[in-house]
Design a protein around this ligand. Structure first.
Ligand code: FES
Ligand SMILES: [Fe+2]
Length: 463
């Protein structure tokens, strides 16, 4: 009797297989060039070249400051009694007491320990314990960043003085008939793995539809043709689905480096719709290298949510009105029906890229990393300025869109239909990019909608 047979007689079965647990037991290091964002890091310096949202203005109390941590810097945001917003380094320039315990004044904030008073730009206005004529206010400047409020979010520029870019207002920030509700959600993991979710449309087929429950709509379960386009500073990822006699074309728009726009996601692709715009518009902002925030708006109104499927009253601090976006679910429920939060956070505090094995469907992730690496290195070695959106007053057009074309399959051949959907994606993007030459968002939208509504009559796509 062999050893295995002998053990079997005792009810023991020795597993046989290609087990490689020990060989794989050591996790590789993360990729700091793209994931480290503290002061002086390559990626951190790059992200600091852009206006970044740091909180919702509704989070800032009238009578107290709000402690923040952004890109590994400890800060306080506040609104002084004159109504001006400030964003200061948290530790007082006198002896480092945190200004989170500071007192809001008519102009600026006063440290609780010895009463130094700071203006919103970091100017020291008073050092009350010091003798008259003290030179401290001339000699010492406290760390401060310029901030502005826009539609309920507080944006900061944390880069070098003198290199502050224009604040870009895009068409999707000012849609007609659009209610924009701010929200922010904490993710206890690195910013990049949260950002990458937007350029990974294949996950919606599995995570959101096929693997457990249908989380948004059945149409998400079809396998899309995925294509990418890179106009200006955008990575536009189109997903083109076959759903009966319809072709559903979505374009997710990442405006580099960390601003993304996502189209409607609660609607089935079972009747035509044309050029619906952003359902959520977000930034992924590092708090430090192992924690980040999505700071965002959800969009509501007749043009993006005509059946009122969204629930604006469920949107705000650490909450949003669709499943799987926060840690605030029962753990077992999260295991049984995981969502984006579980998928992204569980990649690890900093997802080690060297442990991944990317496939063809990860083209978006690969493109984003390549672009980011090029920008980060270009800034570091002085060969390339960070990619900029257009100047204020110029056209700021986004590419997010969601359309259902009434275009039946040309044949029952799956490959032929994939080719058809790829052509439809190219044709639609051509229409959008051609319309970029129009001077206003209203004209551009009208032109695109008009041409989209006729696309099914195009001889290339009519049966
Ligand atoms: S530590 Fe802030 S005033 Fe002294
Ligand atoms: Fe998702």
């Amino acid at each position: 009797m062999s050893v295995a047979e002998d053990l079997k007689a005792h009810g023991i079965t020795i597993p046989v297989g290609k087990y490689q647990g020990h060989a794989k037991s050591q996790r590789p290091d993360p990729d700091p060039e793209l994931t480290a964002t503290g002061p002086g890091t390559l990626c951190g310096e790059y992200l600091r070249r852009y206006w970044q949202p740091v909180c919702m203005t509704s989070e800032i109390p009238d009578d107290r400051p709000l402690r923040l941590r952004i890109m590994s810097e400890d800060l306080v945001a506040f609104k002084d009694k004159s109504g001006a917003y400030g964003l200061l380094a948290a530790n007082c320039s006198h002896r480092n007491t945190s200004l989170e315990f500071g007192i809001i004044e008519d102009n600026g904030i006063r440290c609780c320990y010895h009463g130094w008073l700071y203006d919103i730009d970091g100017t020291i206005l008073e050092t009350p314990g010091e003798p008259d004529g003290t030179k401290i206010p001339e000699r010492v400047k406290h760390g401060a960043y310029p901030v502005l409020e826009f539609k309920g979010l507080l944006f900061a520029y944390m880069g070098p003085a003198g290199e502050q870019p224009e604040f870009p207002v895009y068409d999707i920030h000012e849609q007609p008939n659009d209610e924009m509700v701010p929200y922010s959600i904490t993710y206890p993991c690195n910013w990049l793995q949260v950002m990458e979710n937007t350029v990974d449309p294949i996950h919606t087929v599995f995570l959101h539809t096929r693997i457990t429950e249908v989380q948004f709509a059945n149409s998400w379960g079809a396998m899309p043709v995925v294509k990418q386009y890179t106009p200006d500073n955008h990575i536009v990822t189109t997903s083109t689905y076959r759903w009966g006699d319809y072709v559903w074309l979505r374009a997710q728009d990442v405006c580099m480096p960390n601003h993304a726009r996502i189209g409607a996601f609660l609607y089935e692709a079972e009747e035509p719709r044309y050029f619906w715009r952003s359902a959520l518009t977000k930034w992924t902002v590092p708090r430090d290298d192992t924690e980040c925030m999505i700071i965002s708006w959800r969009h509501y109104g007749p043009d993006i949510d005509p059946d009122n499927l969204g629930k604006p009253e469920e949107v705000g601090k650490e909450k949003v009105d669709f499943i799987g976006q926060t840690m605030f679910r029962d753990y077992i429920e999260r295991q049984i029906e995981p969502g984006d939060y579980e998928a992204q956070v569980s990649q690890g505090p900093i997802n080690p890229h060297a442990a991944e094995n990317l496939g063809q469907t990860d083209v978006g992730v690969a493109t984003l990393r390549k672009w980011l690496r090029g920008q980060v290195r270009g800034l570091a070695d002085g060969t390339q300025e960070p990619t900029r959106p257009p100047k204020y007053g110029d056209k700021h057009y986004g590419y997010v869109q969601d359309t259902v074309f009434p275009i039946p399959p040309r044949s029952s051949d799956e490959k032929e239909d994939e080719a058809l959907r790829g052509e439809i994606s190219d044709a639609a993007m051509d229409i959008i990019l051609e319309a970029d030459s129009l001077p206003t968002a209203e004209e551009r939208t009208a032109r695109i909608k008009e041409r989209f509504q006729k696309l099914h009559e195009d001889p290339r796509f009519s049966a």
